[in-house]
Design a protein around this ligand. Structure first.
Ligand code: PLP
Length: 477
């Protein structure tokens, strides 16, 4: 491209303006299904088009179909934001376009990943027996951890497979109803089977009950089953509850089960000294996932898996084709540690993010998000008919509107869903819902660098207004 500079200049100006005024867009896209299909030609252009033409279509056709995660009133799912320096690093990684499958195919990509994951490990207060590797998502990191757990059983599944083997006991994976679904997906993909994913009961705070885990393990062993992995969560998706890792670790150890800790969302908070205890017990974990793309200001995607036994992980996946054999000696070839061969230079953006923000600014941002969520919870608690429905230790609050004149659980569920639909349709804020104890709960998640107290107050005002309107609509039915 001969006008690279002007193209970057155009894009940089657009991004700068976008970051300054994301509130100009509706948070939740108003696109209807098929809108973009209808707007675009069915066939690719035969000849190249001018950058400016493509950029104009990006603005007029693509942007309306974007839900703005950068909007300060994006309160749904897990709210995120990427620090601009890391976005620039993403462009640099694309420009370098290296495939970091082998050390020699870009020594700096491999070594920067090693260095920055040691930095992150130290910031998180994790022990140096854990070794990191970057994947795209927690789902893939979790799948990789479960594959390593299966390999660690020493049942020769790598070579002999699982089919038709009468010597193989059923392999069991222990989760709760609040564990993220990727663990069950991993069990499906690894041939463990959904029937062998055991849901352990939770306590009132939505955390795994160690006594129930112990009972399940004992019963399974008595039936000749083989506990493969206990997956504990630090920061569950619905409520951010945390399973009691120290107690779970002690039980998993006694049953020789792999302990995987999914700290995708809440793990990053451990860089803040007062939240360090979130990762207590992880010194006994065999594997642990944290997602810098969730709460460390790195653009999606970048998830980190820490494992205790890198050699076991290598054994799980390594298969070196003749054309990939090298003579580089004692170096890490990351292609040996996962399903994929090719890998992006993701570590660059984490390195830029940590250096540019610095640990202290990151800590302040995380503290700020937690403080905003706690303030929001006090508002909900103080308002008649609004109730907080789960403990809220971090930056997420689950709540619900229960006016006296809406009768019955189903009607209240419909009422709460109507509130959220109404707010989301306004384009001014975006909330999502979950179910707790079978009932709809509204969630507010705070994790964006730009979210202020004013934004949270605006979200709260929109919810209360929508509740009044939804209530009037109920009354008129
Ligand atoms: C606790 C938890 N684990 C795992 C995941 C999956 O994350 P990813 O999108 O990186 O696969 C999520 C997603 O929100 C999550 O909340």
């Amino acid at each position: 491209m001969d006008d690279l500079l002007s193209a970057f200049d155009r894009a940089a100006r657009w991004i700068d303006d976008y970051y300054r005024h994301p509130e100009r867009y509706p948070v939740l896209s108003r696109a209807r299904p098929g809108d973009l299909h209808r707007a675009l030609p069915a066939e690719a252009p035969k000849d190249g088009e001018a950058f400016e033409t493509i950029f104009a279509d990006f603005e007029s056709l693509v942007l309306p179909g974007i839900t703005h995660w950068n909007h300060p009133r994006f309160f749904a799912h897990f709210s995120i934001s990427a620090t601009p320096a890391a976005v620039v690093a993403e462009a640099l990684a694309a420009a370098l376009d290296v495939n970091a499958m082998l050390w020699r195919t870009s020594p700096a990509a491999t070594e920067l990943e090693e260095v920055v994951l040691v930095w992150l490990r130290t910031l998180l207060g994790l022990d140096d027996g854990l070794h990191g590797i970057v994947y795209d998502t927690a789902s893939i990191a979790g799948f990789t951890a479960l594959a390593a757990a299966r390999e660690a059983l020493g049942l020769e599944i790598r070579d002999r497979g699982m089919g038709g083997r009468s010597d193989l006991p059923p392999l069991r994976v222990y989760v709760t109803d609040h564990t993220h679904s990727h663990v069950e997906k991993a069990a499906i993909a690894l041939g463990i089977g959904r029937a062998n994913v055991v849901k352990i009961a939770c306590d009132d705070a939505f955390a795994m009950r160690p006594d129930a885990l112990e009972a399940a393990l004992a019963a399974d062993v008595a039936r000749g089953m083989r506990p493969m992995c206990v997956a504990a969560t630090v920061g569950t998706t619905s409520t951010t509850s945390s399973d009691p890792v120290p107690a779970i670790a002690e039980i998993a150890r006694r049953y020789a089960a792999w302990l995987h800790v999914d700290a995708s969302y809440a793990g990053p908070a451990a860089i803040v000294p007062e939240f360090r205890t979130l990762l207590a017990g992880c010194e006994f974990a065999d594997s642990l996932v944290v997602n810098p793309h969730k709460w460390l200001f790195v653009p999606i995607d970048l998830s980190v898996l820490y494992v205790r036994d890198m050699e076991n992980l290598r054994r799980t996946f390594s298969l070196v084709a003749d054309y990939l054999v090298t003579s580089d000696g004692d170096v890490r070839n990351y292609m040996d540690y996962g399903l994929q061969l090719g890998r992006r230079f993701r570590a660059l953006k984490l390195w830029f993010a940590i250096r540019h923000l610095g640990a202290n600014r990151m800590r302040d941002l995380l503290r700020g998000h937690v403080a905003l969520a706690q303030t929001f919870a006090t508002w909900v608690e103080a308002e008649p008919a609004w109730i907080v429905v789960a403990p809220h230790p971090l930056s997420v609050v689950c709540f619900r509107h229960e006016p006296a004149d809406v009768d019955g659980g189903d009607a209240l569920d419909a009422h709460n869903l109507a509130i959220v639909d109404r707010v989301n349709a306004s384009g001014e804020a975006y909330f999502s819902t979950t179910k707790l104890n079978g009932r709809v709960a509204i969630r507010i998640a705070i994790g964006n660098e730009r979210t202020t107290l004013g934004d949270v107050a605006a979200g709260w005002r929109l919810l209360r207004e929508a509740a009044t309107t939804a209530n009037m609509a109920n009354a008129n039915v």
